[in-house]
Design a protein around this ligand. Structure first.
Ligand code: COA
Length: 260
């Protein structure tokens, strides 16, 4: 599929999706969110793809937020719809994909940009990255899951301070907060993402998708995560990957997972 606002490249079982509007610091307009939805869906549905990396184009920004020019004149109703549609198409969608998603945060990740990074399964950052939820400085609140995922990742007090001050934190503070797992130079960022991706790919993709579901269950209303874990644990016993993984261990060889 031909995209105008993003790039999507498959190589060695990894899809790298790059938000590609550098002149607007990769701000997420409606068209970009639609294209991201399609690209994530295609990668997730492709059995050959085992990891998805999301990053931003250029050296300055991951994503500098939702495109402010698009919603500046919205009504109450349109504002609500904007948040609901965005969450459905991109943020909840990404979090619930069965393929692991790594965010490589290569610069500003603000508002919807940080919300996109937080919807990924985990995050790496370059040392120039700056992260924040500046929405209250615009008279609005985060609408793409930021008020929920930021406290999950950094704790309520830190999230409240970040939201209320609308300030930015640097990459090392984000690491201290547990918002990103690793901080490296900008040159090292994609190699690190690819290295972690290749480590993930050695394991059972079926088990990983069940693990994502079980971990996510912890954060879902009305869902008992322990029960989800028990169910998914049991389901693993019916997979070819489980047979291969346990057989390989007993035969003292490396597992060659069929991904089924
Ligand atoms: N929506 C729309 N356009 C955006 C944008 C956004 N969220 N963030 C940046 N841009 C555009 C700017 O309008 C500018 O476009 P122009 O050249 O046509 O005027 C271009 O990207 C470059 O941004 P600029 O502000 O000139 O860069 P800077 O280095 O001076 O500042 C930021 C960088 C990130 C501090 C600043 O762009 C910013 O505060 N952006 C908005 C962040 C935000 O509030 N996000 C949450 C939205 S809910």
């Amino acid at each position: 599929m031909q995209y105008e606002n993003i790039l999507s490249e498959n190589e060695n079982g990894i899809t790298t999706i790059t938000v590609n509007r550098p002149s607007k610091l990769n701000a997420l307009n409606k068209a970009t969110i639609g294209e991201l939805h399609e690209a994530f869906k295609a990668a997730n549905n492709d059995e050959a793809i085992k990891v998805i990396i999301i990053t931003g184009s250029g050296e300055k920004a991951f994503v500098a937020g939702a495109d402010i020019s698009e919603f500046a004149n919205f009504s109450v109703e349109n504002g609500g719809k904007l948040a609901a549609k965005g969450q459905e198409l991109l943020f909840d969608f990404v979090e619930n994909l069965s393929t692991p998603v790594i965010a490589a945060v290569n610069g500003f990740a603000l508002g919807g940009g940080l919300e996109l990074a937080m919807a990924a399964h985990f995050r790496l950052a370059s040392d120039n990255a700056k992260m924040g939820l500046p929405e209250v400085s615009l008279g609005v609140i985060p609408g793409y899951g930021g008020t929920q995922r930021l406290p999950q990742l950094v704790g309520k007090g830190r999230a409240m301070e970040m939201v209320m001050t609308a300030g930015m934190i640097d990459a090392n503070t984000a690491k201290d907060y547990g918002l990103v797992n690793h901080v490296v130079t900008q040159e090292e960022l994609m190699p690190l993402a690819l290295k972690i991706a290749s480590k993930i790919m050695r394991n059972s993709s079926v088990a990983i998708s069940k693990a994502i579901n079980a971990v996510n269950a912890n954060f879902k209303d009305g869902v008992n995560g322990f029960e989800t874990e028990i169910e998914e644990f049991g389901n693993c016993f019916g997979t070819e990957d489980f047979k291969e993984g346990t057989t390989a261990f007993l035969e003292k060889r490396k597992a060659d997972f069929p991904g089924k």
